[in-house]
Design a binder for this molecule. Structure first.
Ligand code: NI
Length: 316
């Protein structure tokens, strides 16, 4: 008996990688094959491939263009079944390319605007517990120096500070999950840990359109239940500035500049005026010392990667 699959796969998006544009979609129950199509110049769809996977990389995509894709289910007897269209697009202009051990970013005019060199020193500034009023100053500094940081965001703060979160993301900073209400996860059941994570992911996704891929447990507190329930890499730190305790810019600046090494993850909090003030010195000073300021994701991409449930203190 031939089964008909009338569902249209939900597209998860298309991303430009060094090997081409990778299109991903959610599997449809009972379906074993999918067909991937790309829109042509005249608006029709051309078939690229039939695959049993739930992703496909279009290696024929050329740089400096925008491409659109759709995916359809295939029935047991090989027929393409169509019920509505989902389309996903990917610009190869505003894109990240990882090549020769470096990361390159291109703007919408195809102009290279930022490069992360794999063989040069790098450090990841991270800010927890925000967004807050003081985050704007930190973003001003990062923007001025064409640099990025990672913000571990508390879910319950997102609706109040959604425009700041949106700006963090627009400036190519990475957004991480720091639980919904800053609970100590080691005291919670697996179900409650999962709820803390998913509520925060949803709040963030509602603002920036994507869900975080890294998590930092409050107080650096975790156990085996937390590691498996979080479902993301756990990002700790190698330099603790104690900025929350001292609330002193000079102390925060010194703890960074006197201890920094290649591959460090630096812990700060964007809740305090003193931390924002410290950032005004830390960012240009690190650049002067030859450090590239990168996100956790960038550092991991160039330094061995990450896996869900693993804990990272630095990337050396
Ligand atoms: Ni915290």
């Amino acid at each position: 008996m031939t089964i008909s699959y009338k569902a249209t796969p939900t597209l998860e998006g298309a991303t430009y990688t060094s090997s081409g544009i990778k299109v991903s979609w959610k599997s449809v129950s009972g379906v074993t094959k999918y067909r991937v199509y790309r829109k042509t110049k005249n608006g029709s769809w051309t078939r690229l491939a039939t695959v049993s996977d739930t992703s496909y990389t279009d290696t024929t995509a050329k740089s400096g263009k925008v491409y659109y894709y759709t995916v359809r289910c295939v029935s047991d007897d090989g027929k393409t079944l169509i019920s509505g269209y989902n389309t996903t697009g990917c610009s190869t202009q505003t894109s990240r390319v990882i090549q020769n051990g470096n990361i390159y970013y291109y703007d919408s005019n195809g102009v290279l605007y930022r490069t992360v060199y794999g063989d040069q020193k790098m450090v990841a500034l991270t800010y927890d517990d925000g967004p807050s009023y003081y985050t704007e100053t930190i973003l001003d500094v990062l923007e001025e120096y064409n640099s990025v940081a990672t913000f571990f965001v508390v879910g319950e703060r997102v609706s109040t500070y959604s425009s700041i979160l949106a700006r963090e993301y627009a400036l190519n900073c990475q957004i991480g999950n720091h639980t919904y209400d800053h609970s100590n996860l080691a005291n919670l059941s697996s179900t409650l840990v999962k709820s803390q994570i998913s509520q925060t992911n949803t709040a963030i996704e509602n603002v920036i359109g994507v869900s975080p891929t890294v998590m930092r447990p409050p107080y650096g507190s975790y156990n085996s239940t937390v590691k498996s329930a979080v479902g993301m890499p756990l990002i700790l730190w190698s330099i603790d500035t104690l900025d929350w305790k001292t609330r002193d810019a000079t102390s925060t600046i010194n703890s960074v500049l006197n201890n920094v090494k290649d591959g460090d993850i630096i812990l700060m909090h964007d809740l305090y005026a003193a931390t924002a003030t410290a950032t005004e010195t830390i960012v240009p000073s690190l650049i002067k010392k030859g450090y590239q300021l990168v996100t956790i994701e960038e550092m991991s991409l160039l330094r061995g990667g990450m896996s869900n449930g693993s804990v990272y203190y630095s990337f050396r």
